[in-house]
Design a protein around this ligand. Structure first.
Ligand code: PMP
Length: 361
């Protein structure tokens, strides 16, 4: 078999090897059907089985009750920045947004085109180094919903628990930490995630929406932008991204086989601790970019003493077959994305490399 590298990319990101190998096995002819999943009708019996199984397995992973619909959409999380306000803001046309990074700002920008937005909190003046505390949130009890970003992919911060928002529907962009731990889905009115970090290939976006929210979707909306249309048609109003849903389904199965999300969380905590401990033990050579109690388990961000050393670090890391360690172009530095599928051995290899690099520089 060809060798695989340690892929620290923030997304599209590493997928479980077992999933890739199974997809490879079935690529040419899916389970004896004589065709690949890419080639079959989305309305045929086989694909119907694939999407129903993906729905059932995701429900099992997160204990999603029947009063929620799972939608497999396209357009990335970016389209959700628009679909959320277009569908959920009426009739009051006002919403609260909590701003913890660049993606939250992008969500905010689209919401402003639809209605009145209250910024319930923002840590931008502190360069997004932390998640705001509950007592900092200036929530409007009459808002249509509160939007937050559970994990900030670029800044490397995450919410440890959901913001408390009373009876106002809670909406979450979980693109970069979806399925990294068990959450109580009943706290959410809607949660969405682009697939290309923890779910599967880019192109699929998972939206889990409480069914009472669908009553807000106005008939005047453009058809594709209407959640109710997608829910009523079981994500088959138009041709869904069939291959992406198939891979997502394999990832859900993989998570179930691994022991579910509590087991996954245990592994994620362990992996992140190895890396953060190495940063903290480096006597300031490596500096975490965020406050400790806001540290992300998925995207570990840090800096070196200067940009020249950071450049050298990235160049030398490539010789070790590490990929994707360069921080987002808007912030620089180093970012190690260690999503569900990233192996502990890769984290240990990175830590060894960091120690060697420090010694030699
Ligand atoms: N939200 C978050 C938290 C993200 O990390 C990203 C992508 N990196 C997006 C939204 C945008 O996702 P997409 O490219 O799928 O539109």
């Amino acid at each position: 078999m060809e060798k695989r590298i340690y892929n620290f990319s923030a997304g599209p990101a590493i997928l479980p090897e077992e999933v890739l190998l199974e997809a490879q096995k079935d690529l040419y002819s899916y389970k004896g059907s004589g065709m690949s999943v890419m080639e079959m009708s989305h309305r045929g019996k086989i694909f119907d089985g694939i999407i129903k199984q993906a729905d059932a397995d995701l429900r099992k992973l997160l204990d999603i009750p029947d009063n929620y619909s799972i939608l497999f959409l396209q357009g990335g999380a970016t389209l959700q920045f628009s679909m959320v306000p277009l569908n959920l803001m009426p009739p009051k046309n006002k919403a609260d947004y909590i701003i913890t990074g660049s993606w939250a700002k992008k969500a905010l920008k689209e919401a402003k085109r639809v209605g009145t937005v209250n910024i319930a909190a923002s840590t931008e003046s502190e360069n997004f180094v932390r998640i705001p505390k509950q007592e900092e949130l200036k929530l409007d009890p009459d808002a249509s919903y509160v939007h937050f970003t559970s994990n900030n992919t670029i800044y490397g911060t995450e919410w440890k628990t959901e913001p408390e928002v009373g009876n106002v529907p809670l909406v979450c962009d979980a693109s970069s930490d979806f399925l990294h731990k068990k959450i109580d889905i009943t706290k959410y009115a809607l949660i969405y995630a682009g697939a290309q970090k923890n779910i599967g290939p880019s192109g699929v976006t998972v939206v889990i929406v409480r069914k009472d929210m669908l009553d807000r979707s106005q008939d005047s909306l453009h058809t594709y932008l209407n959640y109710k249309i997608h829910a009523d048609n079981d994500s088959m109003y138009n041709t869904p991204t069939t291959f992406g849903i198939y891979i997502a389904g394999l990832v859900f199965k993989w998570l179930l086989n691994m022991g579910g999300l509590d087991e996954m969380y245990k592994r994620n905590v362990e992996k992140a601790k190895i890396l953060y401990d190495a940063i903290d033990a480096s006597n300031g050579f490596y500096k975490g970019t965020t406050e400790k109690d806001s540290r992300s388990l998925m995207n570990v961000t840090f800096r070196l003493p200067n940009e020249e050393l950071e450049k050298k670090f990235i160049e030398e890391s490539k010789k070790k077959d590490f990929e994707g360690l360069k921080g987002h172009r808007s912030v620089g530095g180093i970012r190690a994305s260690i999503y569900n599928a990233f192996p502990k051995a890769g984290v240990e290899a990175l830590v060894q490399f960091m120690e060697d690099f420090k010694k030699n520089n």
